[in-house]
Structure formats: C-alpha cells, structure tokens
Design a protein around this ligand. Structure first.
Ligand code: NAP
Length: 281
C-alpha cells in the first residue's frame, strides 16, 4: 500500500525542484559549484560570502540566469551572532528553508609543533563551531515549521587522514564528521536527512598549493581517477548525498584516495617486484 505521508528527503524520488537552500561559503570554490548545481536542479539559493562580495554577486547572476531565485548575504559564520541574518535573508527571499549546506571552511598551514593558538581558534570556530550552531538553529526552524529538510556537510579526507602541518584543520574535520552523525541521529525522528561528502583534493583557492603534488600522485596511480577533483565533482556528490536512502552517511568525492588497497604493485623498487619483472622478461 502506498503511504500518503510526505517523506521529504526520506522519499525514494527526491526532487530538488521548488526547494530553497542556504549554502555557506558559496562565493567561491566548492560552495559556488554546489549553489549553481542546486539551481540547475530547480532550487533557489542563498549565497553566503565572508569577504568577496563581487564573487558572490557573480554567483547570484549565474543562478538567476538559470531561472532560479538567488540572494546574497555577507556573514562571517565563525561569529554565531551573524547566523540569524542567514535565516532571515533566506526567509525574506524564498519564504522557507528546505536545505542547509555547511560548506564554509578555512585552513592554516603550520607545523603542529609551532601552530599558534590564534590559528587553531580561527580554524575551529569556522570549520567546527559554526556549522554545529548553524545546524542547531536551522534544524529548530525546520522542526517548528514541520519541514522535512536536508542538511549536508562538506567534510574532508582530512577527517581520517592526519596531516601534521594542518592539525587544526584535520581535528576540525574529524569533529565535524561526528557532528554530522550526531545531528543525523537526533533529526531522523523528525524526517530531516543529514549526510556528508568526504572531499579529496579539489582544485580551489584553498587547495591550489597542493595540486602539483596530487598531479604527481595521480600520474603514479595513487589517485585512481587520474586527476584532481573539481568543485563540480563535489557538487555532484552533494546531490547524491541528498538523494541516497540513508542518513548519517558519507558520500566519497576523493578520486579513490579513501579506497582501501595495499598498493604494493606501485612500489616497483621493492625487490620482490623487481624479481617478478625479471621472471616476466
Ligand atoms: N579544496 C579542497 O581540496 C577541499 C578538500 C576537502 C574539503 N574541502 C572543504 O570544502 C569547503 C570549501 O572549500 P573550498 O576549497 O571551496 O575553499 P575556498 O575556495 O577557499 O572557498 C571558501 C569559501 O568559504 C567562504 N568562507 C571562508 N570563511 C568564511 C567565513 N568565516 N564565513 C563565511 N564564509 C566563509 C569564502 O568566502 P569569501 O569568498 O568571502 O572569502 C569562500 O566562498 C571547506 O569546508 C573545505 O574544508 C575542500
């Protein structure tokens, strides 16, 4: 028997047509691509920036060109006092909020033995504390309005893989993965879906300095997709995360970096592999 209950994002056929979303940090990079992909799928989007108003305005024009509504709000998400501004602006522009994408994030590079308290605090406040409390605020709004919405987190391979020159970043993303699961558990009973996308090295301002290393790793076969990721790759994973039959789950967008293999074949200098090669010749 077919249920008449509106399952929202828990339904089999999730449509993004006519929905409205807040995407934090959507003036550039991954957030920008997510905002535009959501608009392509029929969603109105609140674009959030911290410093780059012009870039945010450009995203707005692009979304409006796709026939969807867009609004722009400057808000530093690390300042919890600015969160209500995002909600108010989305309600004013679209009348409701169905989707929150916790995307804004920053990194600081320093040897863990030298990392300053100021760098640690700004990364943790932006990447971990901000999405925790913004999710709390948006979830309470959705519950009050009986909206069976969806909340997606831009997570990272750094939630699992440690980098000793980006300690605060890795710690923030590890914590954020748990944040996603905690909210998924709490919000399942009210029909709000919460998932994350585990992003690998993606060609944006944030990661550009590491791209040459990754291109080399891709050539050597360590990144299975032969290339670094693009913001569009992540946007596609976000759409998948909104549509899957699951909550509290991670969708990978890392080019195979997180695929568990013991890739000894690559270690051609190993004696055992050399001798196999000799036998083959
Ligand atoms: N690129 C990667 O390789 C990679 C890998 C794994 C995970 N990620 C995650 O993906 C997310 C997006 O990263 P990205 O690579 O797209 O970075 P990006 O190119 O540096 O863009 C960052 C975006 O976040 C905004 N932002 C930064 N601080 C903010 C704040 N305090 N309040 C509001 N907005 C803020 C920026 O706004 P302005 O333009 O105004 O500065 C910009 O729109 C981050 O959470 C990052 O950790 C990225």
């Amino acid at each position: 028997m077919q249920s008449t209950l509106d399952l929202g994002f828990f339904a089999t056929d999730v449509s993004l047509e006519g929905k409205s979303a807040i995407v934090t940090g959507s003036s550039r990079g991954i957030g920008r691509a997510i905002a535009i992909e959501l608009a392509r799928q029929g969603t109105d989007v609140l674009i959030n920036y911290n410093r780059n108003r012009e870039a945010a305005d450009e995203v707005q024009r692009e979304i409006e060109g796709l026939g969807r509504k867009a609004a722009v709000v400057g808000a530093d998400v690390s300042d919890l006092g600015q969160h209500q501004k995002l909600i108010d602006a989305a309600l004013k522009a679209f009348g409701k909020i169905d989707i929150l994408i916790n995307n804004a994030g920053i990194t600081r590079v320093a040897d863990v033995l030298q990392e300053s308290e100021a760098d640690y605090d700004v990364v943790m406040n932006t990447n971990l504390k901000a999405p925790h409390f913004l999710t709390q605020r948006v979830a309470n709004y959705m519950i009050a309005q009986n909206i069976r919405g969806c909340i997606i987190y831009t997570l990272s391979i750094s939630d699992t893989l440690a980098s000793d020159n980006r300690a605060a970043y890795c710690i923030s993303k590890a914590g954020l993965e748990m944040d996603m699961k905690v909210y998924a558990g709490r919000l399942a009973e009210v029909g709000i879906k919460v998932n994350g996308v585990e992003v690998g090295v993606t060609d944006t301002d944030l990661a550009r300095v590491r791209i040459p290393d990754y291109e080399e790793a891709a050539k050597k076969g360590y990144i299975f997709m032969f290339r670094t990721g693009t913001p569009q790759d992540v946007a596609h994973a976000v759409i998948a995360a909104m549509k899957i039959y699951d909550t509290g789950a991670l969708i990978p967008a890392s080019g195979g970096i997180m695929t568990r293999v013991l890739n000894l074949r690559m270690m051609t200098e190993l004696e055992i592999n050399q001798s196999k090669k000799d036998r083959a010749n």
